[in-house]
Design a protein around this ligand. Structure first.
Ligand code: PBG
Ligand code: ZN
Length: 315
């Protein structure tokens, strides 16, 4: 207990360093929006117009955020041959305004673009058509890179997508664009607020046909190893808190850095607890971040990145 007796000693002897450089802030840019749309229970998170996002980023940069993960929410949905004009405009607006002041990751998936809300293209029988899906996803990745994205973050869980994306980025001259793969992503009940933000709820069924079954540790490890072998630069587990048992093993088996995505439902649960007076929001969020770091997360994607400076985290 001796080393716990004062804040000086606790800070001196803590074994997980933490800085804001480890945090990535999600952003949602929506087409055809007049006002910012606040997302239920995700404190401080909005779906915003391009102008709204530019204002948000300006504030976030002042608040010490440097890494962003952008989700595009176009108004036109289709089954394939997606309209990419909106995302091009949005990415271009952000990067031409802020340049190298920020690092802009693009979540790369089809579920905000498809009329059915799934992360893939289906064939006539209603089965996942990988031969159609992989080219669409890799086209999306190259398009994002061409529009100015700094990094690509595929979240679809289709087999082979990292290899397909890597090839398409390299062919497009973007061989230095990194891939941060959602490499171990479970079919979870904790994505609810996000699906409102991204307008990406499946119109039928669920995502259990492609996201990992929470009961399966081996699948979870294998999925990250596969992404690593296909060329992912950074790996990720998601939801973060329900995957903390996997972080170190994935790191050891792949030799790559593994981040944690504190997903919308995890974050929102802390907001809701605090709204009921049952916890203190900022303390609970910080506790969760320190647990991710203790569990070995190299970085954290969190809706609370924009609060970190005010809470005293160094750059
Ligand atoms: C889309 C995607 C999802 C999330 C990130 N990218 C939702 C899903 O898979 O249904 C979840 C993020 C969150 O809940 O914060 N493929
Ligand atoms: Zn998706």
């Amino acid at each position: 207990m001796r080393l716990r007796a004062s804040k000086h000693l606790r800070d001196l002897s803590n074994d997980t360093d933490f800085s804001r450089a480890k945090l990535i802030q999600p952003l949602f840019v929506g087409e055809g929006l007049k006002d910012d749309l606040e997302i239920p229970a995700l404190r401080g998170t909005f779906r915003q117009s391009i102008d709204g996002v530019l204002k948000q980023v300006e504030k976030d940069l002042e608040a010490g955020v440097s890494q962003f993960l952008l989700f595009e929410v176009p108004s036109k949905k289709s089954e394939r041959d997606f309209d990419l004009a909106f995302s091009e405009k949005a990415i271009h607006a952000i990067k031409s305004r802020f340049g190298q002041d920020l690092f802009l990751w693009l979540d790369t998936c089809l579920c905000s673009l498809t009329s059915h809300g799934h992360c893939c293209v289906f064939n006539e029988l209603g089965q996942i058509d990988l031969d159609e899906t992989l080219p669409e996803i890799s086209r999306l990745a190259a398009h994002y890179a061409a529009a100015g994205a700094d990094g690509i973050a595929p979240s679809d869980m289709m087999d082979g997508r990292v290899a397909a994306i890597r090839e398409s980025l390299d062919d497009g001259g973007f061989d230095q664009t990194p891939i941060m793969s959602y490499s171990t992503k479970f079919a979870s009940n904790l994505y609810g607020p996000f699906r409102v933000a991204a307008d990406s709820s499946p119109k039928h069924g669920d995502r259990k046909g492609y996201q990992i079954d929470v009961r399966n540790r081996l699948d979870a490890i294998e999925s990250s190893i596969r992404c690593s072998n296909e060329g992912a630069d950074l790996l990720m587990v998601k939801p973060g808190m329900t995957s903390i048992d996997l972080i170190r093993e994935i790191e050891e088996k792949t030799g790559k850095r593994v981040g944690a995505y504190q997903v919308s439902g995890e974050f929102a649960s802390l907001v809701l607890l605090s709204e009921k007076g049952l916890t203190k929001f900022e303390d609970a969020v910080q506790e969760s971040w320190h647990v991710f770091r203790r569990a070995g997360a190299a970085f954290i994607i969190t809706y609370g990145a924009r609060f970190a400076k005010a809470w005293g985290y160094p750059s």
